[in-house]
Each structure stands twice: as C-alpha cells, then as structure tokens.
Write a protein that binds this ligand. Structure first.
Ligand code: NAP
Length: 262
C-alpha cells in the first residue's frame, strides 16, 4: 500500500507535535509547511518546506504537484488568511481537510477579563487614563496601539517588532514560551502591569500569564478568535490536539492508494 501524502500547514505547536508522531511511520509521507516568520523554528524530524505558496492558486498547485492526499491545517488560530486558503483549496481539489485547533481559553473565577473582537477594540478598551500594559499579541498586530499612545507598553514577542508599528512609550522583551506562572508573576510585578492584552490562543505554553494575572488582580483584555472558516460544499472536520489528528489520519490511511488506483 502507498504511503498517504500529508501536507501539514504549521505554525501552532500542535503541528510540530503531529510531525514528531508521524516521524518514522511508514504509512504516511508528511511534509510540514511553515510561513517562515520565525527565524529559528523548532522543527520535527520530517520533511519541511518554508515560505508562502503564492495564494490559494499556489496552494492548489502544490496539492497536485508535489501533491498531497490529505491536508491538515495546524496554523495558529489567528492565522486567518492561511486558514481560509486551506478551506478554499480543499474545496477546489476535494482533498480531505482537517482543521487542528486547540480549545480557546475560558475565564475562571477571579478573572477580570474584557473580551473584544479585534486589536483595535483592545486598544480602545484600555480607556482614557494612562495604564501600564503587557502586550503579548505577537509582533505583527501592534499597529492599532499607536492610536492609544498615552499608555506605557511592555511588549513581549518572539521576533523583534518593526519600529514603525510601535506606540511611543514601549519596552521590548524578546522571549519564547513556555513560561512558568512564577516567572509571569515576577514579570507583572517588576513592570507594575495593570492590564494584560492577549489573543485567545489557547494551549498550555502561554496560559501561565492568565493564572498570574488572576493571582495579582491584573485585568485582562482578551482578543477573541476569528471564526473557523467555512465554505459551501466543504465539510471541515476538526480536531483539538495532535492525537485527534493522528486518529483522523489513521482512519483515512489507504485512501491514497484507492484514489491513485494502486
Ligand atoms: P496569515 O495571515 O494567515 O497568512 C499570511 C500568508 O502567510 C498566507 O497567505 C501564506 O502565504 C503564508 N503562510 C501562513 N502560514 C503558512 C504556512 N503554514 N505555510 C506556508 N505559508 C504560510 O498568517 P499570519 O497570521 O501572518 O501567521 C504566519 C504564520 O505564523 C502562520 O503559519 C501561523 O500559524 C503562525 N503564527 C501566527 C500567529 C498569529 O497570531 N497570527 C501566532 C503564532 C504563530 P501565501 O498566500 O503566499 O501562501
């Protein structure tokens, strides 16, 4: 039986975890695709490619050459464009698609969350009085905060943000999770943070900041996720972790051989 060719659109930790599970499994021939935003990504021991496909058209082309039998979209829940492209490409090629998406965080007793729809609403929700803010939204979504220049921002991101996207009063911290609750509390205390702004990314790697904010009474502005893309005629199946994605793959193993007439 032929190996099933699997294209994994990566970006979330679950994609790397799935890659580690697939390494050495002869039933599957996986390729992990990354956008190339992070300079030193941690890669699982499977083949990978880096860089955009050139829009939906490019992804559709890739799915026929080099080719894939199964598509897994394991990008970050906020990678809205890539997720839309995956659904559209699956519709056009009829290749089965799984959206691998970890559950969103939910508020717990003691949390002081304000949930907002997007980054501009997050900047506005800070209000008129100057606040000390920890921003952990990634380097590409900072521009809306230039509209609220009266706050003092501590910006934590993996890659250094571009200077032109920054509000005037900032301190930059470059760090990559996972973070422990104790270090998150120390950070909030050290910078006298009053409000934390985060995307609702979900997952364990960066959840400690929420526990630390709860413990210290720090308010949280939580940017909600964009909805999972949907298209007429495409049944988008979902899994919440790498084990669920593995089960989905195993259920479809053999499909490749049947479709290719082997
Ligand atoms: P995006 O806006 O959804 O995608 C922009 C373009 O980047 C896509 O159209 C595609 O280019 C390319 N791209 C994205 N993911 C790709 C992948 N896995 N393989 C190949 N090309 C990819 O994405 P984004 O928000 O800029 O995020 C970029 C990457 O960082 C994603 O892989 C995402 O999972 C990861 N990430 C994002 C966030 C976030 O908050 N947005 C947080 C952590 C990690 P073409 O159209 O040319 O194919």
């Amino acid at each position: 039986m032929l190996s099933s060719r699997v294209l994994i659109l990566g970006g979330a930790g679950e994609a790397a975890e799935l890659g580690r599970r697939l390494a050495g499994d002869g039933r599957f021939a996986p390729v992990l695709s990354l956008a190339g935003r992070t300079r030193a990504p941690s890669l699982p021991p499977i083949p990978h490619r880096i860089g955009g496909f050139g829009g939906v058209e490019g992804l559709v082309r890739w799915l026929s050459d080099p080719g894939a039998d199964l598509l897994i979209c394991a990008t970050h829940p906020f990678a809205e464009q890539m997720r839309r492209h995956a659904v559209e490409a699956a519709r056009r090629t009829r290749i089965p698609l799984l959206m691998l998406e970890r559950p969103a965080w939910k508020p717990e007793p003691g949390d002081r969350w304000t949930e907002v729809a997007d980054m501009a609403a997050a900047a506005e929700a800070l209000g008129a009085l100057p606040r000390r803010v920890l921003l952990t939204v990634g380097q590409k979504d900072l521009a809306p905060f230039t509209a609220a220049p009266h706050h003092h921002y501590i910006i934590r991101s993996i890659e250094r943000p571009l200077a032109e996207s920054l509000p005037p009063r900032v301190a930059l911290i470059s760090a990559r999770g996972p973070f422990a609750e104790e270090e998150e509390r120390a950070l909030l205390r050290q910078h006298r943070i009053e409000t934390l702004i985060t995307k609702n990314s979900g997952g364990d790697a960066t959840v400690a900041k929420l526990a630390a904010a709860r413990a210290l009474g720090v308010s949280v502005i939580m940017v909600q996720r964009p909805p999972t893309p949907a298209l007429d005629g495409v049944e988008v199946e979902t899994a919440t972790d790498a084990a669920g994605a593995m089960a989905w793959l195993e259920a479809r193993h053999g499909l490749a051989s049947r479709l290719r007439g082997v």
